[in-house]
Design a protein around this ligand. Structure first.
Ligand code: KIV
Ligand code: ZN
Length: 526
C-alpha cells in the first residue's frame, strides 16, 4: 500500500531546466545527468520533449535504454504526432510515462490556442485516450492552471481522469500565484473533482516571483503528492521549484509529515554536475548548494557555532553531500590518502584511473599546497571526460605572449594516430582567441565558438580554473568542451581541444567527411 505522506519527486532538469536561456545540453551530457539523477533517487525523470528536436528524441531514447530505477517521462503537446514521437522515444524504458498538456487559462485559450473551452476539453480527452494506448502511466497538465478558472479546471481534470490520466499536474506556468492561493487551488481540486482519488495530484511551479518552492510546499500541505522540480532551480525564465530546497525542507522539518525517497547526500554532487554541464553558475548565497550555504562569517555566529553547531546550523552539510574537510590534502599526501578522500566523496576509481588522478593531484598540490574536495572532484571529472572522448589531438606545448602588443599563441599538438607533432602560431584579439586560431590552423575543422566561460573551482589566486566552451559545427551540431587547470590559458586550450575531439569523433563516425587538413599539415613540413 502506498504511503500517503510520500512526495514523489519528478525531476524536469532535462526538459524545463534545459529551457533556461543558454543551458543547452548535448545528448551525452543529458545521459550523464540522468544517471546522476537516478543515483539521487528521483522518482521520475522528464528526459525531454521528443517532438521538439531530433536531439531531444535521441536523448529520451538513450536515457530510456540506459537509466534504470526512475520512471522515464517524455513531454508531448496535446497532438497525436507529439504523443507518437514521445511513445517511440520511450520504447526501451522499463517504466515510461507520457506527459501531455494543453492550456486552460482564458488568456491562453483565447490568444494562443484560439480554442473554446469545449474544444480544449475534447482535445485533452482525445489525446489522453490516445496516449493510453502506449502506456498506462499518463500525466496531464492544464497549462497556466494558476490563472485558470478553478471550475473549468475541475471539469477538465474529471474528464481526463475518465480518459485514463493517472497524474494531474497543476502548473503555475508563469509563477503568478502566492502560497495561500495555490494551496487553496489544490484543496479545491481535491474536494471538487469527483474521481480525484484515481489520480495523483502534482504541481509544477515557476519562480517568477520567487515563490516556486513556497507554492510547491503549500500545495503538498494541501494534498499534492508529486512535486516537479529542477536541480539548482533552473528552468524557463526565473526557473522552477528547486529540487534541493524542497527535498531539504521536507527532511529538515519532519513535523510536516511528508517525505521523499531522495538520497540527499547526492544533492551537492548533482548540483555541481548540472552547474558545470549547463554552464549556469550557482549564486553563492543559494540555499542548500550555494558556496556560502554552510559558511559562518560573523564573529558572533562563529563563536556560537563553535560552542554548539545547532546555534546557527539547521542542517548537517554532510546530509547534502558536503564533507567538512578533515585533514587538508597537500604536496605530502600519498596515493592512499587521495584514494580514501575520493572514496569519501563517492568516487571509486580503478587502479589505472586512480594513478592518473593521483598524477594530476601531485601537479596541483605542488602549485596549490592545499588541495580541497572541490579540486579533487574537478580533477576526477576532467580525467573522466578525457577518458570518454576519443583523443585525436593532444597539447604538447603552448606558449602565449600577450599584453598591450599583439597577443600571439604558439602551439604544438600531437596527432595521436600517427604521433606527428604539429606546430603553428597565430595572432588574436586576445590570448584565448590567438590559441584557438593557432589550433584551428592545425586541426582545420570549421566551427563557430558560441560560448566560453571560466569558473574558479575554489577561492584564492592559486585556484583551479574550469573552462567550459561550446562550438557549433558547420552542420549545426553543438559540441561542448571542458577542462580544469591552475593555468587558465592551458585550460582554455584543453577545453577547446576536448570539444574539437568530440567533433572529429562524431564526424568520422560516418556523418560527414572531414576536412582534415593533411595537405595543410604537409605544407608546413611537419
Ligand atoms: O510550465 C508549464 O506549464 C510547463 C508544462 C508543460 C507543464 O512546463
Ligand atoms: Zn514549466
Amino acid at each position: 500500500m502506498e504511503n500517503k505522506d510520500r512526495i514523489y519527486i519528478f525531476d524536469t532538469t532535462l526538459r524545463d531546466g534545459e529551457q533556461s536561456p543558454g543551458a543547452t545540453l548535448n545528448v551525452p551530457e543529458k545521459l550523464e545527468i540522468a544517471k546522476q539523477l537516478a543515483k539521487l533517487g528521483v522518482d521520475i525523470i522528464e528526459a525531454g520533449f521528443p517532438f521538439s528536436s531530433p536531439g531531444d528524441f535521441e536523448a529520451v531514447n538513450l536515457i530510456s535504454k540506459e537509466v534504470q530505477g526512475p520512471t522515464i517521462c517524455a513531454l508531448a503537446r496535446a497532438k497525436k504526432e507529439d504523443v507518437e514521437k514521445a511513445a517511440q522515444s520511450l520504447e526501451p524504458a522499463k517504466k515510461r510515462r507520457i506527459h501531455t498538456f494543453i492550456a486552460t487559462s482564458d488568456i491562453h485559450m483565447e490568444h494562443k490556442l484560439k480554442m473554446s473551452r469545449e474544444k480544449v476539453i475534447k482535445t485533452a480527452v482525445e489525446t489522453v485516450a490516445f496516449a493510453k494506448g502506449f502506456t498506462p502511466d499518463i500525466e496531464f497538465s492544464p497549462e497556466d492552471a494558476g490563472r485558470s478558472d478553478p471550475k473549468f479546471l475541475y471539469e477538465i481534470l474529471q474528464a481526463v481522469i475518465e480518459a485514463g490520466a493517472t497524474t494531474l499536474n497543476i502548473p503555475d506556468t508563469v509563477g503568478y500565484t502566492v502560497p495561500l492561493e495555490f494551496g487553496a487551488l489544490i484543496k479545491g481540486i481535491k474536494e471538487n473533482v469527483k474521481s480525484i482519488d484515481k489520480a495523483i495530484i502534482s504541481v509544477h511551479c515557476h519562480n517568477d516571483l520567487g515563490l516556486a518552492v513556497a507554492n510547491s510546499l503549500s500545495a503538498a500541505m494541501n494534498g499534492a503528492r508529486q512535486i516537479e522540480c529542477t536541480i539548482n532551480g533552473i528552468g524557463e525564465r526565473a526557473g522552477n521549484c528547486s529540487l534541493e530546497e524542497i527535498v531539504m525542507i521536507l527532511k529538515t522539518r519532519p513535523h510536516l509529515n511528508l517525505f521523499t525517497n531522495v538520497d540527499s547526500t547526492q544533492i551537492y554532487r548533482t548540483s555541481r554536475l548540472v552547474s558545470t554541464l549547463t554552464n549556469m553558475l550557482v549564486q553563492p548565497n543559494k540555499a542548500i548548494v550555494g558556496a556560502n550555504a554552510f559558511a559562518h562569517e560573523a564573529g558572533i555566529h562563529q563563536d556560537g557555532f563553535l560552542k554548539y553547531k545547532r546555534t546557527y546550523e539547521i542542517m548537517n552539510p554532510e546530509d547534502v553531500g558536503l564533507l567538512t574537510s578533515k585533514l587538508p590534502l597537500g604536496p605530502r599526501s600519498g596515493r592512499h590518502a587521495v584514494k580514501d578522500r575520493l572514496e569519501e566523496l563517492g568516487y571509486h576509481l580503478s587502479d589505472e584511473d586512480l594513478s592518473k588522478a593521483f598524477e594530476r593531484f601531485k601537479e596541483i598540490a605542488d602549485k596549490k599546497k592545499r588541495v580541497e574536495d572541490r579540486d579533487l572532484e574537478s580533477i576526477v571529472r576532467d580525467e573522466q571526460r578525457t577518458a570518454e572522448t576519443t583523443t585525436y589531438y593532444e597539447i604538447e606545448a603552448l606558449q602565449i605572449a600577450c599584453g598591450t602588443g599583439l597577443p600571439t599563441a604558439s602551439i604544438c599538438l600531437k596527432k595521436t594516430d600517427n604521433n606527428l607533432f604539429i606546430k603553428d602560431s597565430a595572432l588574436g584579439t586576445g590570448p584565448v582567441d590567438a590559441i584557438y586560431k593557432a589550433i584551428n590552423k592545425i586541426v582545420g575543422v570549421q566551427n563557430e565558438l558560441i560560448e566560453f566561460s571560466v569558473q574558479s573551482v575554489t577561492e584564492g589566486i592559486d585556484a583551479l580554473g574550469e573552462v567550459t566552451i561550446r562550438i557549433r559545427s558547420e552542420g549545426g551540431a553543438i559540441y561542448s568542451g571542458h577542462a580544469a587547470n591552475t593555468d587558465i590559458m592551458l585550460a582554455s586550450a584543453k577545453a577547446y581541444l576536448n570539444a574539437l575531439n568530440k567533433y572529429v569523433s562524431a564526424e568520422s563516425a560516418g556523418k560527414k567527411v572531414l576536412v582534415q587538413k593533411d595537405d595543410f599539415i604537409a605544407s608546413k613540413g611537419v
